[in-house]
Design a binder for this molecule. Structure first.
Ligand code: PLP
Length: 378
């Protein structure tokens, strides 16, 4: 079934007693037992809640995995999955990583003896070269943040299979509507559902899908033990957002393609990163594996003073962190989202003092271009 159709169906069959089309918000902490040693399938909402489960079942279907998990944030999802590893383990990680993930790995998990090597995961040979005897996993962002590099998942998954490593894919920027990492050899997908999946800048939430049923049992054990689960209200909001995933992403991408082209031709713009542009180094690979190029654009203006001018003068486009919502947002990665990446790595990657990141929303594209034009030329 088409992923867009599948997304619309989430939760539809949940309440067979009333036939409610929208899954009810089961705002309850606990559930009555029918008898001694008996359960309705729900006992306590940390362990399982019907609204959360409708979401978890839905994302598992969309990604084609054994089981889905909903967490109180994307970072909570990543934290829970890192519990699969133990002191002494080594993980290979995408270098232009979401700043919060880098902070979690380098400032929290390294206290527990995990070590991380950061490589350009769009370069498969760089992944192979980083292998160590203690390596247990490769953690990739399928489309990276903010420089929009795309990883060759089938090739990386062959390396992982050969060395018995888990392949974990943060697929936040693409969602299952555009890319299904589990079909391409990944073992686990992770989402900040805060972004495109929920899509309305109204909830912070995280999801994960595990392909193998046995590994999923262990991930469930950790989810329940740690307790960073998503509440029923927020689970409902994510389901509600996901129903329109396909129409939103179609519009997001159409706008992004036009805006990227327009930026390329603007005299004050010196560089545009968007994988939909033919000159982008991963354009062809992405065409092979992905149903689209997403709607994130990074671009360099011709001098630093223009950064502040653009952030101050855009009116429709809000200067704010986050991405993937219907509202267009612009941010300055060096200071905002990527401040936790070491300065030397930032410089090497190209996250510099003239780079801006645009999350293209679903507004009318002419209005967005006009907003950018007046801010750049103001
Ligand atoms: C936002 C984001 C996260 C973190 O998710 P939260 O929901 O903010 O905790 C992780 N990975 C990527 C790629 C993100 O964009």
């Amino acid at each position: 079934m088409n992923i867009g159709t599948e997304a619309v169906q989430i939760g539809l069959e949940w309440d067979s007693r009333t036939g409610a089309v929208s899954v009810p918000i089961y705002q309850t902490a606990t559930f009555r037992h029918p008898g001694l040693g008996q359960s309705t399938g729900f006992d306590y909402s940390r362990s399982g809640n019907p609204t959360r489960q409708a979401l978890e079942d839905g994302i598992a279907r969309l990604d084609g995995g054994a089981r889905g998990f909903a967490y109180s944030s994307g970072m909570a999802a990543i934290t829970c999955l890192l519990m699969l590893f133990k002191s002494g383990d080594h993980i290979i990680v995408t270098e232009d990583l979401y700043g919060g993930t880098c902070r979690l790995f380098d400032k929290v998990f390294n206290q527990f003896g995990l070590t991380f090597t950061y490589v350009d995961t769009s370069d498969t040979e760089a992944v192979r070269a980083a292998l160590q005897p203690a390596t247990k996993a490769v953690f990739v962002e399928t489309l990276t943040n903010p420089l929009l590099k795309f990883a060759d998942l089938p090739a990386i998954s062959r390396i992982c299979k050969d060395s018995n490593l888990l392949l974990i894919a943060d697929n936040t920027f693409l969602t299952p509507y555009l890319l299904r990492p589990l079909d391409l050899g990944a073992d686990i997908t992770i989402y900040s559902a805060t972004k495109y999946l929920a899509g309305h800048n109204d909830t912070v939430s995280g999801l994960a899908v595990v392909k193998d049923p046995q590994l999923a049992e262990l991930v469930y054990f950790h989810q329940n033990s740690i307790g960073a689960t998503l509440g029923p209200q927020d689970s409902w909001l994510v389901i509600r957002g996901m129903k329109t995933l396909s129409v939103r992403l179609d519009r997001h991408q159409e706008n992004a393609g036009r805006i990227a082209k327009w930026l390329t031709s603007h005299p004050r713009i010196s560089k545009v990163y968007y994988p939909g542009l033919e000159g982008h180094p991963d354009h062809i690979l992405m065409k092979r594996d992905s149903g689209g190029f997403g709607a994130m654009i990074a671009f360099e203006v011709d001098n630093h003073a223009l950064v502040e001018q653009v952030l101050l003068k855009t009116k429709l486009i809000s200067f704010a962190e986050s991405l993937g919502g219907v509202e267009s947002l612009i941010t300055f990665p060096e200071v905002q989202t990527h401040a936790d990446i070491p300065a030397e790595l930032r410089a090497r990657l190209g996250i510099n003092n003239v780079l801006l990141r645009l999350s293209v929303g679903i507004e009318d594209c002419d209005d967005l271009i006009e907003d950018l034009r007046q801010a750049l030329e103001g």
